[in-house]
Ligand binder design. Sequence first.
Ligand code: NDP
Length: 236
Amino acid sequence: MGKLLEGEVCVITGASRGIGQAIAVRFKEEGALVYGLSRSKPEANIEWIPCDVADEVSIESAVNSIFQKENRIDIVVNNAGITRDGLIMRMKTEDWDAVLNANLRSAFIMSRAVSRMMLRQRSGCILNISSVVGLHGNGGQANYAASKAGIIGLTKSLAKELASRNIRVNALAPGYIETAMTSVLPDAAKQSLTTSIPLARPGTPAEVAEAALFLCSPRASYITGVVLNVDGGMGM
Ligand code: NDP
């Protein structure tokens, strides 16, 4: 059987570690040419373009440099994300802005930049990484939950807007996945999260990457505008 993403040009934000890195590695195994965009250099053997997704110019210049080299962009995964948790009364406006800029505004700017090319190509696929927290909310994460809920609105709107040009737009909603982002949680919080998961364990970045591969591959050619939970049943 042939590889699922043979020759596809893919851009993945936040591919320097965690979920983004796992997606980059998996896509490469399936024959894709993968460009990772992040501030620090990825450990994985992929093309790297230094990029701060909170900066509009940085995203647009990265996209332009890929397009000049490859003359097309087939798949974009808006994965980069941060947390700045805190209770609402103590949440600084800067913490709100930082999270919304890195998690949501970045996906808007990236999608706008690549949609110009995808519209010309009359094909493309955008995958946005949301979260179960974007579907259900979470105390202490008003900024993060708002950014991840916004990702879902962005995903469904772009899916409707771009479908007639054969551009699919979907989202993943991971639950509790073991990465640097969650490793900083206190042990008690990790334990309580695990108790809330029907499959009774955290997920791995590789498990999220499998779902990403499916949604970005021709196997999902008739799927657009969906939010797929990858959460061990946590969000049921
Ligand atoms: P990590 O903290 O392990 O990795 C985050 C990635 O985002 C890094 O590669 C980082 O690269 C990149 N990034 C952050 N800020 C920027 C920026 N300003 N510019 C460019 N790149 C940036 O997180 P995860 O792998 O856990 O998370 C990946 C995505 O999955 C995020 O959107 C997160 O919200 C989401 N998610 C994670 C869950 C989990 O349980 N882990 C659950 C649900 C959703 P660098 O620092 O090098 O710039």
